[in-house]
Write a protein that binds this ligand. Structure first.
Ligand code: ADP
Ligand code: DP6
Ligand code: CO
Length: 376
């Protein structure tokens, strides 16, 4: 009986593989916007981001492989989507299966009638616990989760760097969600994309005083997805070459230094300017793309007002104590040091009555990235 039980257990393990992962979003402070290769998702410029604590915003993905499934299937936030309609999801799947196939060449022979794992179909269910496609980087956590979870189910021992490149094929920004803390996506020069992946600048423990506040202005799906928006920008914006060739490379260096030196003034200034330039380039796209709305612009004005306050006792300027950044959507991410959080939150609350922002509007601040990469 014992032997039989062990066999049954082994059999069911062979017939069913399942894994669940959660991944964090990352918010760029020097933005990626534009591809030099659409298929491989190679960017026109390097970008820098902060990975947020996944206790708040995250994607949770479960992948189940079974030798008895007849099709690959995918559910996003509980609604089934057709995989063949998503070339990027297909690419991630095909890439990981090909790696599995290679690995199988090194494994022992299969039992009579047994199908190799690379041929098992997958059922994938993914949920974001925050608005999808609304400019809060759902594609970053979404595709990072997909790459990590499928690689686990297929029993692949990939490094964070390898996973970063695979996640990049799903959505460019996803390559940065493989790392916690402060991350650079290096644009790379190789036409194959081999050198276009994320690297860590510093772990989240480097700057624990830095917090991020998310203000949900709108949770509706954006009318221009990031992919099509940036494609039109590359084709039509005359400001874009200036950004790519001069501004972004300079800011990458300055931002890296600001992070390493924990220089909030520089970090905040570059982040706000870069967000503004990204939206300027969107406006310079033809036809123009509008991601910000009146509330977003109100938040920008408010942060500048907050930053221009003076110490009531001395009359001295208090300096830059908050920075906004907006991705391709109306929602704001505000960076602020811990000791200024309370004052900033009260300031925002006093200027934006709760009705202006969504009920779940303020994701309370937390230190960055507790995410551990797949191979940690
Ligand atoms: P966002 O600003 O939210 O990143 P994008 O336009 O870049 O918006 O990407 C949104 C798209 O990313 C969605 O329409 C969907 O195709 C994909 N996506 C979002 N979340 C997930 C997920 N959890 N798993 C797989 N794909 C996802
Ligand atoms: C404004 O990574 O969502 O958030 O690569 O086409 O999937 P695709 O686009 P995506 O673009 C992100 C744009 C951004 C800036 C950033 O995250 O760097
Ligand atoms: Co995105």
């Amino acid at each position: 009986m014992e032997v039989e039980g062990a066999q049954i257990c082994e059999l069911s393990e062979r017939e069913l593989h399942e894994a669940t992962v959660t991944t964090p979003v990352n918010i760029a402070v020097v933005k990626y916007w534009g591809k030099r290769n659409n298929d491989l998702i190679l960017p026109t410029n390097s970008s820098i981001s902060c990975t947020l604590n996944q206790d708040h915003l995250n994607t949770k993905t479960t992948v189940r492989a079974s030798s008895s499934y007849t099709d690959d299937r995918f559910w996003l936030n509980g609604i089934e989507e057709t995989i063949s309609n998503s070339p990027r999801l297909t690419t991630v799947l095909v890439t990981l299966r090909a790696i599995r196939k290679e690995k199988e060449k090194t494994l022992g022979p299969l039992a009579e009638g047994e199908k190799p794992l690379s041929e098992w179909k997958l059922h994938i269910a993914s949920e974001n616990n925050f608005p999808t496609a609304a400019g809060l980087a759902s594609s970053s956590s979404g595709y990072a989760a997909l790459a990590v979870c499928i690689s686990k189910v297929l029993e692949l021992d990939l490094t964070a760097s390898e996973l970063s490149k695979i996640a990049r094929r799903g959505s460019g920004s996803a390559c940065r969600s493989l790392y916690g803390g402060f991350v650079e996506w290096q644009h790379g020069v190789d036409p194959s994309g081999e050198d276009s992946c994320a690297v860590s600048i510093a772990p989240e423990s480097h700057w624990p005083e830095l917090e991020a506040l998310i203000l949900v202005v709108s949770d509706v799906k954006k009318s221009t997805p990031s992919t099509s928006g940036m494609s039109t920008t590359v084709k039509t914006s005359e400001l874009f070459p200036l950004r790519v060739n001069e501004v972004a490379p300079k800011r990458i260096k300055q931002m890296e230094q600001a992070i390493l030196e924990k220089d909030f003034n520089s970090f905040a200034t570059i982040a706000m300017k870069d967000s503004n330039q990204f939206h300027a380039v969107c406006l310079d796209t033809f036809p123009p793309i509008f991601y910000l709305n009146d509330v977003s612009r109100g938040i920008i004005t408010l942060v500048h007002r907050f930053n221009s306050q003076v110490d009531p006792a001395t009359g001295e300027p208090l300096g830059i104590r908050a920075a906004y950044t907006f991705d391709a959507g109306a929602n704001a991410v505000i960076f602020v040091l811990k000791n200024n959080v309370k004052e900033l939150v009260e300031y925002i609350a006093s200027h934006f009555p709760p009705a202006t922002l969504q009920p779940t509007s303020v994701y309370f601040p937390d230190p960055f990235g507790i995410f551990r990469s797949a191979d940690a």
